[in-house]
Design a protein around this ligand. Structure first.
Ligand SMILES: [Zn+2]
Length: 341
């Protein structure tokens, strides 16, 4: 049985097309999911425009933000049954004996391979998933929203685990993409005053950020960051997709403040890090997420405490992936969600 799938087939720019792919065969530790919805990530767009910086196993079905129903399970799979509503973590392949995996940080295992670049992802009807990646989705949480658990986990890790925000802190979020806006939402839940910073071209996405009760700044955020006592913001969450924004973060952060860097880009830096030292700033990278973060975020989505509806710009059938990708790429919408056909 074949189904329409969004396939990234070569390293050249624009090498994504719709292909009919065979239903995957599962192993003893896997389940087969019938995909309900799959989010389009900035990294899917980067593979499409060929400005990504990670190795891709071509040809590969794109998509790593997904949920659906279990329709088949391998003989060693316990605790799950056909019909269960689930979302899946992204670390499709990890070395369970890697020291990082042994301490629960399998997301930091350097041999990790994810859905959508290392193995076939979920912009299709059926996807093979190792049972250890699964999390249960309560009935009251719709798949259109549950499929965005993954970017919410990225934000939770950047704001809660890798930064320490106190009620009343001033937090500046750089970049109004999906991760920036979700970091804003999580920082608000931590009790912070938050401003999201973007460029003039980000007007549509900045307007959506406002729904999370934050300030919105186009261009220079230094007066907002320094408004209280002239020293700068307590925390900067750098969610812009480049390395160079670290310079802005260092300018805006107050002495003894913190920077959590979750946005990345391969370009080298060309400035001094003296401010990092002189201001005694704590700079923390933030990558991916792990099991306890997923459980926490699903609970927050199910209770309505964290609401992803404002960032969803539409739901397209996978056959119309190009329109969805283009709208996101142009910044007309924050997040596109696809549905298999
Ligand atoms: Zn993603």
């Amino acid at each position: 049985m074949k189904s329409a799938s969004v396939v990234n087939y070569a390293p050249q720019k624009g090498s994504v097309e719709l292909r009919e792919m065979e239903k995957p065969l599962i192993g003893d530790e896997d389940v087969l999911l019938e995909v309900a919805n799959v989010g389009v990530c900035g990294s899917d767009l980067h593979q499409w425009t060929a400005d990504h910086s990670w190795p891709v196993n071509y040809p590969v079905v794109l998509g790593h933000e997904f949920g659906g129903h279990i329709i088949e399970k391998g003989k060693n799979v316990q605790g799950w049954k056909e019909g269960d509503r689930v979302v899946s973590e992204t670390a499709a392949i990890v070395d369970l004996n890697n020291p990082m995996s042994r301490r629960g940080l399998y997301n930091l295992d350097p041999t990790r391979k994810g859905f959508g670049y290392g193995v076939h992802g979920a912009m299709t009807k059926f996807v093979k998933v190792p049972a250890r990646c699964l999390h249960r989705v309560p009935d009251r949480l719709a798949f259109e929203q549950a499929c965005l658990t993954e970017p919410c986990c990225v934000a939770y890790n950047a704001v809660v685990e890798n930064a320490h925000i106190k009620p009343g802190d001033r937090v500046v979020v750089l970049g109004p993409g999906t991760i920036g806006i979700l970091c804003t939402a999580v920082a608000k839940l931590c009790g912070a005053e938050v401003a999201v910073v973007g460029l003039a071209a980000d007007a549509a996405r900045l307007a959506i950020s406002k729904k999370y009760g934050c300030e919105v700044i186009t261009g220079d955020a230094s007066s907002w960051a320094k408004e209280r006592d002239g020293l700068g913001a307590d925390c900067i969450i750098d969610a812009a997709g480049s390395s160079a924004t670290l310079k802005i973060a260092l300018d805006l952060v107050r002495p003894a403040g913190q920077i959590s860097k979750v946005g990345w880009g391969p370009q080298p830096l060309n400035f001094s890090l003296d401010q990092l030292v002189q201001k005694n700033v704590r700079l923390h990278g933030s990558f991916s997420h792990n099991w306890p973060i997923w459980e926490r975020v699903i609970a927050m989505l199910a209770s309505g405490q964290l609401d992803v509806k404002p960032i969803i710009g539409g739901i397209w059938p996978v056959t119309e992936w190009l329109e969805a990708f283009e709208k996101m790429h142009k910044g007309e919408i924050v997040k596109a969600v696809l549905k298999p056909v």
